[in-house]
Design a protein around this ligand. Structure first.
Ligand code: UT7
Length: 333
């Protein structure tokens, strides 16, 4: 009997962004900021915003559809849909809505929340199902509409974020293209970056209180998050490369969560990775949270810059705090 492959191949990518663009000049009409400040401190020029009718499920399904097509699969071939998001349409989960939109009738679907690390955490989670021999075809989507949760009066945060979705297909293969990974969490630093639920005390009976409330807009200590990223991301990348038995020079592309160009530059400098190997599209989209890595990957793949067999080290970092890195070869089975 033929041995069923339990290696991982990443065979398709896709992405979707809303049509509405908000430029830095547009933002200057909302808060006291300027194009000059935003570009020099972050590298961001514009971001896309989802209109009210544009749900997370719509964006995620569009990205997913493209990735499935590139992988040469039908939606009904999927065994699992993993949706990495922090901004669900429904707190009970949005992955099932995506499953229904795609008509992926065989697929199990669930959400995974790890903020801006969601895509890398999702990649490793999906890989476990393939390595265990449980599933063969998995759609992993990173999608977020943080515009719903940004405090649009807070210039320290609202200039950073945008909406979007990106996706990849992982398939069981005889060769394993996921070469190494490392994931980390530190809840003691949770207060650095929050989108927290705030309960309001409500009395049902004399001795029965419940806490019904709402989620509060994003709060962030930008400098703390910046320091955390520049310190921890190079370290976690080195760990993932060590597990892959690879040196930094053997990597073709550095694909970081697209948070801030200064963070990308600082991490690349620390790792001695030249700028031409650093993938960056944050000027156009800002920080799209769980979407940023697969969105940037998909653009490079479709432009032909990232080619089958290219070795990529991807790293996500953000709220939780969470961070992680994965080394993989793109596109080959
Ligand atoms: O997925 C992870 C998500 N989070 C991140 O990646 C955030 C990481 N942190 C950062 O990217 C940077 O810390 C920021 C871009 C958020 C801020 O840049 P910074 O160089 O750390 O600026 P700062 O917070 O030290 O602020 C410098 C000055 C302050 O004015 P004063 O106190 O020096 O007079 C701020 O009030 O810039 C002011 N400022 C602004 N000015 C114009 C802060 N935001 C703005 C703004 N426009 N939008």
């Amino acid at each position: 009997m033929k041995q069923i492959g339990t290696g991982i191949a990443i065979t398709g990518s896709g992405s979707a962004t809303p049509a509405t663009t908000l430029t830095n000049d547009g933002l200057s009409q909302i808060v006291d900021t300027s194009d000059e400040w935003i570009v020099s401190r972050t590298g961001i020029c514009q971001r896309r915003l989802a209109v009210p009718a544009e749900s997370l499920a719509v964006l995620a399904a569009s990205a997913g559809r493209e990735a499935i097509a590139m992988a040469g699969l039908e939606p009904s071939d999927l065994d699992l849909i993993l949706l990495a998001t922090s901004t669900p349409d429904d707190l009970f989960g949005t992955a099932c809505l995506v499953q229904a939109r795609l008509g992926a009738i065989q697929a199990v679907a669930f959400d995974l929340t790890a903020a801006c690390s969601g895509f890398v955490f999702g990649l490793v989670t999906a890989a476990q199902f393939i390595r265990a021999g449980t599933y063969r075809n998995i759609l992993l989507i990173g999608a977020d509409v943080l515009s719903r949760w940004v405090d649009w009066s807070d210039r320290r945060t609202c200039v950073l974020f945008g909406d979007g979705a990106g996706a990849v297909v992982l398939q069981a293969s005889d060769r394993d293209r996921l070469l190494g990974f490392e994931l980390r969490s530190d809840g003691t630093q949770n207060s650095c970056l929050n989108l927290a639920y705030q309960p309001q005390s409500q009395s049902l009976l004399e001795d029965t209180l419940i806490g019904q409330g709402t989620f509060q807009p994003i709060t962030m200590n930008g400098q703390e998050v910046y320091r955390f990223a520049v310190r921890q991301v190079p370290e976690v990348i080195e760990k993932a490369l060590f597990r892959a038995n690879l040196s930094v020079e053997q990597v073709d592309w550095l694909l970081l969560h697209q948070a801030n160009q200064r963070i990308l530059d600082a991490v690349a400098t620390r790792l001695k990775i030249p700028p031409e190997k650093v993938i960056s599209n944050l000027a156009k989209y800002g920080n799209t949270s769980a979407a940023s890595i697969p969105l940037a990957l998909d653009e490079e793949v479709r432009q032909g810059t990232v080619k089958p067999g290219d070795r990529i080290v991807a790293s996500g970092f953000g709220a939780g705090l969470t961070w992680g890195a994965a080394v993989f070869e793109w596109g080959l089975k």
